[in-house]
Design a protein around this ligand. Sequence first.
Ligand code: SF4
Length: 709
Amino acid sequence: MRETKTACCYCGVGCGVIVESDGERITGVRGDPQHPANFGRLCSKGSTLHLTANPVLQQQVRALHPELRTARGAPRAPAAWGETLDFIARRFVSTIREHGPDSVGFYISGQLLTEDYYVFNKLAKGLIGTNNIDTNSRLCMSSAVAGYKQTLGADAPPVCYEDIDHADLIFIAGSNMAYAHPVLYRRVEEARRRNPSLRMIVADPRRTDTARDADLFLPILPGTDVALFNGMLHVCLWEGLVDTAYIDAHTEGFAELKRTVRDYTPAYVAELCGIGEDDLIRAARWFGQAKAALSFYCQGLNQSSSGTAKNAALINLHLATRQIGKPGAGPFSLTGQPNAMGGREVGGLSNLLSAHRDMADSQHRAEVARLWGVESVPATPGKTAIEMFEAVRRGEIRILWIVCTNPAQSLPAQRMVREALEKAELVIVQEAYRTTATVAYADVVLPATTWGEKEGTVTNSERRITRVNAVLPGPGQARHDWEIAVDFARRLETMLERTGTLFPYTTTEQIWNEHRESTRGRDLDITGLSYRILEQQGPQQWPFPEGAAQGRKRLYEDGVYPTASGRARFVDTAYQPVAEPVDARYPLRLTTGRLRDQWHGMSRTGTVAQLFSHAPEPSVAMARVDMERRLIADGDLVHVTSRRGSQILPAFAGDDMRAGQAFIAMHWGEEYLSGRNGGFGVNALTLPALCPASKQPELKHAAVKILKA
Ligand code: SF4
């Protein structure tokens, strides 16, 4: 029996896990009592991780060897690694020579480890010379990134989990934290048990399990968050709850914002949000009067056509009331994916560069080019997730390399996405699971290792880096994601007649050390950290510069922000309605979200029978009154139809639902629908409207009609 410390591979809480193995198979998992993210706790998903590593199951669901087809329409056949990577490299070279570097694109994943991310980013931007590399973090955290940068100057959550213990107000907006970040929510519950005066406000269109626990629940209409936050600021201004001295000393832009929020009177906001005026005023008073107010938020804010404005409006509220830079106070973006933070650190989005550098900044581009040893890094931002698939469909991007993600289920506007995959000249899918909807479109399948088999690092929501360790080798011919990228890159270098290599790595530590050096002097400086420190002293928060004894728990305690002026910036945010308002033909507001026991597209959690006991099949939740009006009884099949598609699902009345709304979980995709609904999940209904600043799609809202089938 052997025990190995690593991290859970599901959500951004980043729990530490101790894995038991007998040398041939993983036999059990338990929470790591020493890991500061979870102190031994695991949720239903984390505590069943070992079941996903069952060797019999592996043979059924895992990609075990490379597969290749040289012509569309032909079946894929097993192939050797060398033959497969040579084939891809030749296609890259000919396509780039004929059509330029922007004719290829990479769509990668917040599930990747930081080292994987780093190599793919360098491969695209450094070797090939295209910024066409984006990730499914675009669907998850890009509005949070843009919101932090616009207001605080850097993509850095300024708080830590320990702040839960110092807060006297917790404000949860757009997150069913009890389901989506359960272990962290347990910490909130414990803090409330210890401190009965700790209040909790929840703003959410649904009365979720999190909302049921709230001292004050604000059941806002979908998409009205900016109005709510502006309305709260209006009340704080009116009642003298803003900190004028802090605003004068440490911020800029308040006068413009003040002019805007003047119009957000309680009566106007209450009407717009569909909540009581008294409740809005109470929420503002609790927030403004709190000694320390801590906000948690997630996809309800981010997955929106005004996602950045929602983030910025909430941060405005924190800045104006000085609920930041002190214990227990600050805005806290809950990271959806396990390593969306690590990906952002290495610049793994199409508009970012390594170590939080900006692509638009010529000095930053020059710094990265120098670090990588290349002449230059391209200046034109690459295509973001949805834009990338639209460019593939138009024929502008000809080769698409998809790594560790399932866009044929997870992106909105599924018909467009699938048309793009059919139109592409070459689709490469690098995956651990051969069961995903996207694999069906692959010309090349590259089998990858996954949790329990690979090693490197991840960063969780509180900026804490954890060392990830392998327990067993991967099955079949699966290889590590970074190794595949390095092997390919060297072949490409040879074919391009490049002398030397930009990818000399033989271990993840070499990659991580290069990444570490790229952070020197940056806001996320980790030059004082090493694999050895992470292994001997446990997970650490950044920044952790050379000479530091430990990482920094909390940012901006000195009131100095990483902007040109050193001041935080208020962003003048005006409320914009959802991209697709309801009307007479599509009268119901559809929201989407997570269930407690499933994760994303279920390629992993869907292999564990007990995780279906909470919700065995997809369904649509409606308000009882809406069902009765349509003569629908619990369990009846209904057509849920938007302007883009239709789904047939059983309907159930949910006491969490307001009249006029419907809810469908995001998890079920093609492999679980057995051909029903044309193999499409809920994203057959959602629309590709993007936030103009973050380019994050509005996955959280669509106008639908529901009729009995
Ligand atoms: Fe894993 Fe998140 Fe559950 Fe922790 S809370 S065990 S990281 S899924």
